[in-house]
Design a protein around this ligand. Structure first.
Ligand code: ATP
Ligand code: MG
Length: 238
């Protein structure tokens, strides 16, 4: 079953055309990676998919819904961890989870989630006092509190310590195994190779390569995704 279907997506900021023509499909229950250089338009594409930005052209369906006109329904069924998220400094960890749970008709057990993400010891800590990695863990837990069918994770493991990163990989696989579809934007090639079922490389607002990690590695005539990424994008990296 196709969960995300994007055709010819376009988006400009004023006169700056960021998404030129993004076309891709994400199937139910896969971990779909989006790779590409800084400024390629990855976050913009994810924001369009989660209804946070209005595309200028093309068609976009997530769980069969139009993120613009059916946003309220879509928000009940997706979870988003954004690259530049923020919460009020004074809010406590447990309060944030409880608050987010209240936004959903059928939330997950936020206390269990707090435990699963190792946040219980920080439950009374204020957001403003958390280190970058702890903030990141909280944002991941917040993305999952609505029991989402699709989760958008934008640079999820940036700032996490190695142990938290490995734990996160395990939890992403668990999510996928439970049938959740995961869209993962990452700059870590080891992470993409270890986790993703399929990958799209976006550059200058277009999907320039798409396939399983194995397919991209053969296409680049290399032995690792890291090398393949450079072989496949060297002409397009500015
Ligand atoms: N709100 C905005 N207003 C104007 N320009 C923006 C805005 N958001 C992003 N841009 C521009 O759009 C382009 C794509 O940005 P985007 O954040 O989608 O890239 P990205 O692929 O996520 O990059 P990164 O890997 O650095 O996160 C960049 O040139 C950026 O400066
Ligand atoms: Mg980004």
């Amino acid at each position: 079953m196709t969960v995300i279907e994007i055709n010819g997506l376009q988006k400009s900021y004023k006169t700056h055309r960021v998404l030129e023509d993004v076309t891709l499909k994400v199937e139910k229950g896969e971990i779909f990676g989006i790779l590409g250089p800084n400024g390629a338009g990855k976050t913009t594409a994810v924001e369009c998919m989660s209804g946070l930005r209005k595309p200028d052209g093309g068609t976009l369906r997530v769980l069969g819904l139009d993120p613009q006109t059916q946003r309220a329904e879509l928000l009940q069924r997706i979870g988003t961890q954004l690259q530049e998220a923020a919460l009020p400094d004074a809010i406590k960890v447990a309060e944030a989870l409880r608050l987010y749970a209240s936004f959903y008709d059928e939330p997950a057990d936020w206390r269990a989630l707090m435990d699963e993400w190792g946040l219980t010891e920080k439950r009374r800590a204020r957001f403003g006092s958390l280190s970058g990695g702890w903030k990141q863990r909280l944002f991941i837990a917040l993305a999952l509190v609505g029991n989402p069918e699709v989760v958008f994770l934008d640079e999820l493991t940036t700032g996490l310590d190695p142990a938290a990163r490995r734990m996160t990989w395990g939890l992403i696989r668990d999510m996928r195994d439970r049938g959740v579809t995961v869209v993962l934007v990452t700059h870590f090639m080891d992470e993409a190779e270890a986790l993703c079922d399929r990958i799209a490389i976006i550059d200058r607002g277009q999907v320039v390569h798409e396939g399983t990690p194995g397919e991209l590695i053969s296409k680049g005539h290399t032995n690792s995704l890291d090398d393949a990424y450079f072989a496949l994008t060297e002409r397009t990296v500015s």
